[in-house]
Design a protein around this ligand. Structure first.
Ligand code: B3K
Ligand code: ZN
Length: 854
């Protein structure tokens, strides 16, 4: 099957100056009329090739003349015609069946609602078009439907007309004044609860904010609405960027392939990231709503006003917008914990991707199915690359670069190179070497060695970087690494920046004591794996003394990894050092002001964090060691957990930094208390029954599950009944079932798939069950009898026929077969072969599986 390559990029030979769409909406028979004004840009080209998939072509008119089937070529991917004129109109009529569209790409119908998803290449499932981001067109659209069933007919831009037709249907017409690529087109038709408000921009314009959510859920959208206002204000203050239309609409739907979509003026969201209340959503859910609302809003400038030339440049908008949403979140809550969470994503998921058959640079060079490249590498490593630029140039330099970028490229479709060039020119800094981050994949290993010369009182740090080969690229070169560091126990106590540009470098410190201790890579200033030879005592000293909160947490992470490696090597219990118990004791009696950070410091890392550091991954030994560490901590510090738990027990329900921190700390304590048989009943039952937030209720359930509490099943039954009307909460319940570490989980999953609220068509439901099973239940998923792998393989096959995008996301845990022992390797390989050999498997799944087997 063919790949598309970045190297083959050619500018478009035609432009589509305007696109006027008419939709006669019907679940089983929607007729789309597209009227395109086309201009030839390259006079040598006579063939116009429009992409189209899953379409029934009804008619084509060229300059007002109906064409016959001999006038064009049609296949299952395109419509081609020979054109003589430099300017002409085309009117194309197509028929769609939105209800049959379970792939949820293009125009689909679910839950009595019409909805579109066009990024990356979904618009070609609506009409024949130049479906590429560098073709910008002025869009207008007329939506026609039965007003009883679909009182709201929404599309991008300004509403310019609404009237009732003689046949009883309603027509609403929209015009978007900003030219845009078709991936930003959207329409929604349905019946909703609405929530609206106004926003005054910095320059004094008024913007209408409108949220459209499922009937009866209106009150759950107010936090999202307030988040939007905060994001709008923040972008004005930090980036000087204002919203540009009179209306900003957000629609929440339960059937959606991803988190949300930044369509111009009409965002479509997965309801999970809009609908929250303290009773039904956790603090983490609130966080996600605020951050994704911010993300989609920030796209209006970084993505929509300036868009991508081609899909290989995806990180141009995604890396930059993730950086912007992370900065926004950091200003809204605990800055340190925000950074910790972002780093965890890199260290687990992104490093794992680098080590997998799907390894790719943040700007990929070849792609079979673009939807497979909305990855942690493009998004999150992409954001780290932007963050490094920010570190190198400073806030003022970075903002100067942003201003130049918009000055040059507003209204254009550009490349990652254009972005770096603007940063370079605004700062008169040569960023040639830095650009390597865009073309080189893989995780650099940075090793740090220390030597102290007592006579000269001189400390030398020797730094070395090396990037191991990846599946896609054998040769690697040194990268530009901004390294933030601090020297503990010396006069130079502030944090400094060293920019490493070659494979080796050294740093010397004069006039320092032998006890001076360098803290390297503060705030994770470069996305690398750090290797050092620090002792437990030194790491615990950093964890206690460093001024950088991230560095404190990170030192502890190094400790945990070291202890776990020893436990695995010994194959038996490893006794945690006294220094750790003392440190924890202290934290539990006197938590830091940042309670959320305190909770992070008190955590034994998850399986995924440890696993990423092994090859082959000793699944069972890691799980045993984690269980043993947790047991040691719970027993040795029993009194301290209870003391701290009681101190933090009373919390105010609203989502506010102090309450969130308090809940995080309390629930960390609960997690350890639940491992003590004597505490179980009262503490767990009480917290579950008396919880004033979903955060606390769910934490009690999780602690009960992990602690093996006998009453757990009764609590689960109660929870399932209490929340059966709320699918978003039910998803949490599905996930808990699927993460049951007992072999009974297989029967439970079977039962869940029969549950009347489960649907294979709904990505949220499918992910709730199978994401939990594959990612949060490593013991059962990686069983040595292959049952876990077989279940996932069957699921991927079943799902591929319904929704290839979701199937391809689910298949990921099977790809890294080479990282396991020989028994698991052969089981995984067989699973992959079963998928590869399957007739009619989608490109989405095939691309990944065939890479894994190559
Ligand atoms: N741009 C969309 C993602 C589209 C994914 C297409 N498979 C959401 C976002 O990143 O904001
Ligand atoms: Zn995005």
């Amino acid at each position: 099957r063919p790949f598309k390559r970045l190297a083959d990029y050619l500018p478009p030979a035609f432009s589509i100056e305007s696109t006027d769409l008419t939709f006669e909406l019907d679940p089983v028979n929607t007729v789309v009329t597209a009227e395109l004004q086309i201009r030839r840009l390259d006079s040598k080209v006579v063939e116009l090739c429009l992409q189209g998939q899953q379409l029934e072509l009804l008619s084509v008119q060229y300059k007002g003349h109906l064409l016959s089937a001999d006038d064009y070529q049609l296949d299952d991917k395109s419509l081609r015609l020979t054109v003589q004129d430099d300017r002409f109109s085309l009117v194309i009529k197509t028929r769609l069946q939105p209800q049959a569209n379970t792939a949820l790409e293009g125009l689909y119908y679910a839950n009595n609602t019409f909805c579109t998803q066009c990024e990356a290449e979904g618009f070609q499932r609506i009409t024949y078009y130049l479906d590429r981001p560098d073709v910008l067109s002025l869009f207008s659209s007329s939506l026609i439907a039965d007003p009883q069933q679909y009182p709201f007919l929404l599309s991008n831009g300004n509403k310019v007309e609404q009237r009732e037709l003689t046949d009883g249907r309603r027509l609403v017409r929209w015009q978007d004044p900003f030219p845009k690529p078709c991936y930003l087109f959207a329409l929604v038709a349905g019946d909703f609860d609405t929530l609206s408000s106004e926003y005054q921009t910095a320059s004094g314009r008024t913007v209408q904010l409108e949220f459209y959510v499922e009937k009866g859920q209106g009150s759950k959208a107010s936090f999202a609405l307030e988040s939007l206002k905060r994001a709008m204000r923040w972008d004005e203050e930090r980036f000087g960027l204002e919203y540009d239309l009179e209306r900003y609409m957000v629609v929440a739907v339960d059937f959606f392939n991803m988190g949300a979509m930044e369509n111009k003026g009409l965002n479509v969201f997965n309801s999970k990231y809009v609908l929250v209340s303290e009773a039904s959503a956790t603090d983490k859910d609130f966080f996600n709503v605020e951050s994704i609302i911010g993300h989609e809003y920030f796209h209006n400038w970084t993505g929509n006003r300036v868009t991508c030339r081609d899909w290989f440049q995806l990180s141009l908008k995604e890396g930059l917008t993730v950086f912007r949403d992370q900065e926004f979140s950091r200003d809204m809550g605990s800055a340190t914990v925000n950074r910790i969470d972002a780093v965890q994503v890199i260290r687990t998921a992104q490093f794992a991707e680098d080590a997998s058959p799907m390894a790719h640079p943040i700007r990929p060079e070849q792609v079979m199915e673009m939807n497979n490249f909305y990855t942690v590498t493009v998004y999150d490593k992409g954001a780290e690359v932007i963050r490094m630029l920010h570190t190198l140039l400073g806030e003022a330099g970075f903002q100067a670069g942003m201003r130049l970028y918009f000055q040059r490229h507003d209204g254009q479709a550009v490349t990652c190179d254009d972005f770096v060039q603007a940063m370079q020119d605004a700062n008169q800094q040569d960023l040639t070497a830095f650009r390597r981050w865009y073309q080189q994949s893989g995780t650099p290993v940075l090793s740090v060695k220390r030597s102290y010369d007592a006579d000269r009182r001189q400390l030398t740090l020797t730094l070395q970087q090396k990037t191991p080969p990846t599946a896609d690229q054998a040769q690697k070169q040194p990268l530009v690494l901004p390294i933030r560091y601090q020297l503990l126990g010396s006069k130079r106590s502030s944090s400094e920046l060293f920019v490493m540009t070659s494979a080796q470098a050294s740093l010397t410190f004069d006039n320092v004591e032998a006890t001076a201790l360098p803290v390297v890579l503060e705030d994770f200033s470069a996305p690398v794996r750090l290797q050092h030879d620090y002792s437990d005592a030194e790491l615990l000293r950093i964890a206690t003394e460093a001024s950088n909160g991230f560095a404190r947490w990170d030192a502890l992470q190094s400790c945990w990894l070291g202890w776990l490696q020893q436990a695995v090597a010994k194959g038996e219990s490893y006794e945690l050092p006294e220094g750790l118990f003392d440190f924890y004791q202290q934290l539990l009696h006197q938590p830091l002001t940042d309670l959320a950070l305190t909770a992070e410091l008190l955590k034994v890392p998850d399986y995924a964090v440890f696993a990423e550091n092994f090859s082959p991954i000793p699944v069972d030994a890691i799980l045993d060691a984690i269980t043993d560490f947790r047991r040691q901590l719970s027993q040795r510090l029993a009194g301290a957990w209870l003391h701290c738990y009681q101190q933090q027990r009373q919390t105010t329900p609203d989502y506010h930094e102090t309450n969130v921190g308090q809940r995080a700390l309390k629930n960390r304590c609960l997690e350890f208390l639940a491992l003590l048989p004597e505490c179980n009943k009262t503490v767990l039952e009480q917290q579950y029954r008396n919880a004033n937030t979903m955060t606390d209720q769910l934490a009690a359930l999780k602690a009960a599950q992990q602690g093996g509490y006998p009453g757990f099943h009764t609590l689960m039954e109660d929870f399932g009944k209490a929340w059966q009307h709320d699918v978003l909460v039910l998803d949490k319940w599905f996930g808990l079932h699927a993460s049951n570490p007992d072999p009974a989980v297989f029967a439970q999953i079977e039962a869940l798939c029969q549950h009347d609220k489960f649907s294979w068509q709904n990505p949220n439901r499918v992910r709730a069950v199978f994401h939990a099973f594959t990612m949060l239940n490593p013991g059962q998923f990686h069983r040595l009898d292959g049952r876990g792998y077989a279940l996932l393989t069957d699921t991927v096959i079943q799902l591929d026929g319904i929704n290839p995008q979701v199937a391809a996301r689910l298949v990921t845990p099977l790809l890294s077969w080479k990282r396991f022992d020989t028994e698991r390797q052969s089981l995984l390989r067989a699973a992959l072969e079963r998928l590869a050999d399957r007739a009619g498997i989608s490109d989405d799944v095939f691309e990944k599986v065939s890479k894994a087997l190559a």
